[in-house]
Design a binder for this molecule. Structure first.
Ligand code: FES
Length: 103
């Protein structure tokens, strides 16, 4: 087994050229902080469990805001904190990808 069972990455990239990016209006940063806080509250964040990380541009900017879970390689988009909560509880904790949020 790897150091972490699963890794959730949130793209927090911001562009200054006006093109679409994941952290427009701070949405991705808020989602990242909410997910990390929730994973810690659930007691699943840390070595041998899961980790929530920020990332730079993941190259799918027009489909964002984006998050991706490895090792499964499941890509998500999300709208609100409820979506983020579902990704953490269903996928990170229970190992069940959230089909309705997949891209
Ligand atoms: S800005 Fe998020 S994937 Fe490019």
């Amino acid at each position: 087994m790897g150091f972490y069972q699963r890794h959730l990455f949130f793209c927090l990239n911001e562009r200054e050229d006006g093109k679409q990016c994941c952290n427009q209006g701070g949405q991705a940063a808020a989602a990242f902080h909410a997910a990390k806080k929730q994973a810690k509250a659930l007691g699943i964040h840390g070595e041998g469990q899961v980790r929530v990380n920020r990332s730079g541009c993941l190259g799918r900017c027009s489909e964002g805001p984006l998050a991706v879970v490895y090792p499964e390689g499941v890509w998500y988009t999300y709208v609100d904190e409820q979506d983020v909560r579902e990704i953490v509880e269903s996928h990170l904790r229970d190992g069940l990808p959230v089909e309705r949020l997949r891209i």
